[in-house]
Design a protein around this ligand. Sequence first.
Ligand SMILES: [Zn+2]
Length: 399
Amino acid sequence: MIKQKIISKILALCMVTSLVNSINATSEMAEPVYVTALITSKASSKSIKLSWDSSQDSYVNCYYIMRRNTKESIGTGKWQTIAEIESDDTAGDSKNLYIDKLKSSVPQQYEYKICTLSKDKTIDTRNQKYEEETNKCAVLGTNIKICIDPGHYGSRNNNYNLKGGNGKYPYSEAKFTLKIGKALKKELKQTYGIDSYMTRTGNKISLKYKKKTYTNAKLDKSNIAIRGYMAKIKGCDFFISLHTNMAGRLKKPWNQPKSLNKVYVFVNSVALKSSRGMKIADYIGSELTAYNKAAGIQNARFVTRRKNKAANYANLINDISNGNGTVVHRRSSSGKDYYGVLRGVSEKGVKGIIVEHAFHDTQVMRRHANTSSDLYQNWGICDAEGIARGFGFINTSRF
Ligand SMILES: [Zn+2]
């Protein structure tokens, strides 16, 4: 991995010197330089990191860091130059880096692009005639990071192998939640500029905690809280564990009707006491419900809740047909979060949820999951939108 360096020298006189030097410019005409691969990420709660490759450093005199607000809409605000950075003249060395220091840690979203002043100082791509081209290179950035936990591992909860199952519409919860997770990660970044960390990116899960490594079954049972700890360790503002539900007490669990389907969002005790945490849970549940209805998977409604007012969990409600989805807080007899993964998140003081997108023991859901990529793609989109709206970013509702 190439070590990154910080270019700290700011060229305050970029523009003034350009007038003088342009007189001595060679007869070779300079070309406008476009920075096409700008990457943004959360650096801290009060800063956003921008990095771009240095392959064009020898054609560039100085880079202009451009930023605009997304409060009203994305793609229309007025660009401002927030910094001018001298090129080090060396192409292909370490990445160029700029840290945008913010005034506060409230959730913030901006659009960024990098404009350039050519080596001979004759072409400044901030000029309006280059705007269409430089705008194509603009990306979103935020000071928010999400911990995505695709539930289980391997091929756990594999309905194809379910004893007595008819083998129709095979489904593995672990494999499907990984697909949702990847769709969610992509959507968060592309549509909202929100960073994320995933507890697993393949079938295997392996996490390090206090110098010990935990793998697969250990992270699906006794040490499952470690998945939750990752939210804090990786600097995340919110934790989301992705699942599909099952009505364990019913006969022929692989063959349930559509009427069983509903969306449950389980909040941890930190999210329960936070209006933002409850808003995210409400938004995700409402979005998923709207999508599931449109896709013909469920009829049930979603009942939204408020801060400190989540529903209590009961098997009876979970397994009932024609019940409604809602935001649930499930407690153990000790009063702590019932689910180990959410207990882990709570221990670290981070807001967290488990999302049960639908019931995988309904044939209608598994059929949908088997016939196209629509289901996990759209669930990822719904989850991302709920998160983004909860943090106050622009609403791009599609369902
Ligand atoms: Zn699960």
